[in-house]
Design a protein around this ligand. Structure first.
Ligand SMILES: [Zn+2]
Length: 70
């Protein structure tokens, strides 16, 4: 089951395809952050979704020069 990330949560788009990641709920109250287009792009598993989003943002950070300001 996939859960979309709330719009008010800051989250980078996938560096490879530009998609906003989704949360996959796993057994034992674990969460996986995945790219909705291709699970092989990125997948981060953590007991805390906040940690996954932080790690995802680090991995998919837009180079400063390409960042859309405003
Ligand atoms: Zn992707």
């Amino acid at each position: 089951m996939y859960i979309s990330i709330q719009k008010n949560i800051y989250c980078e788009n996938c560096r490879i395809c530009g998609a906003r990641p989704v949360i996959e709920q796993l057994p034992k109250a674990k969460f996986k952050l995945v790219c909705p287009n291709d699970k092989d792009h990125f997948k981060l598993t953590s007991a805390f979704i906040d940690d996954s989003i932080k790690a995802w943002n680090k991995l998919n950070e837009t180079p400063v020069g390409l960042r859309n300001v405003g």
